[in-house]
Ligand binder design. Structure first.
Ligand code: ZN
Length: 222
């Protein structure tokens, strides 16, 4: 099986996992992955992430031209492509509408809270993007600008975007972000999350063990 065929299968597998974990519903959400420096595979418009098959996936270049595919690409394509242009370290993007993260997004409450070790280590900062009408070029620019040096984004009145060196990492960040939103909600009910001091946050972000874990993820899911 070619590298591209494997990547098409992997996009569908991640789509099913997002759906099974209830991180998105209906035809919501989008996934893409880079096949080479200037080409990506992306979900077709209108398809549910759980029903998408490898042959439905669209191949595009970063200029926005469709190279292969029978369907129009996801309406999220403009900002996926803009992210790949500005982030050479990113090879996969997941966008989902998880209900608890969505609750924070719709209530206008940020999730950028340094309180849970795993999120500090695996995700880092989670900026909160102001509302912009989805599918517009303004939206694409704002998303790319917000993600220029972070791996996750919460978008007001909308949902989340997570980035990764590969699809597994982008998915795991989305999964972790939704679990984190539940934790913060419960912590707020119990009196509010306890914020870790700046020095501790720095220590967590530079852990040696995390470099090892990243190597494993890269080897397992390359
Ligand atoms: Zn969306």
């Amino acid at each position: 099986m070619s590298e591209e065929s494997k990547l098409r299968e992997e996009i569908c597998r991640i789509g099913r996992r997002l759906y099974e974990r209830r991180l998105t519903s209906g035809a919501g959400g989008s996934i893409s992955a880079r096949t080479s420096k200037n080409e990506v595979l992306i979900k077709p418009s209108g398809f549910s992430l759980t029903d998408m098959m490898p042959e439905h996936i669209i191949k595009m270049n970063l200029r926005g031209e469709v190279l292969e595919g029978r369907y129009p690409p996801s309406t999220d394509a403009p900002w996926h492509l803009t992210i790949y242009e500005v982030r050479s370290d990113v090879n996969a993007i997941v966008h989902a509408h998880p209900p608890i993260c969505g609750g924070f997004a719709c209530a206008g409450v940020s999730l950028d809270i340094p309180t849970f070790t795993e999120v500090i280590i695996q995700i880092g900062k989670i900026p909160f993007m102001d509302y912009v009408t989805p599918t517009t070029m303004d939206y694409a620019r704002k998303v790319a600008e917000s993600l220029k040096d972070v791996n996750a984004l919460l978008m007001k009145n909308h949902g989340i975007i997570t980035l990764g060196a590969n699809l597994e990492q982008a998915f795991q960040r989305a999964e972790l972000l939704e679990d984190f939103a539940k934790m913060v909600l419960i912590a707020k009910i119990l009196g509010g999350p306890i914020i870790l001091p700046e020095e501790e946050v720095h220590k967590l972000r530079t852990l040696e063990s995390e470099k090892w874990r990243m190597k494993i993820v890269e080897e397992l899911y390359k």
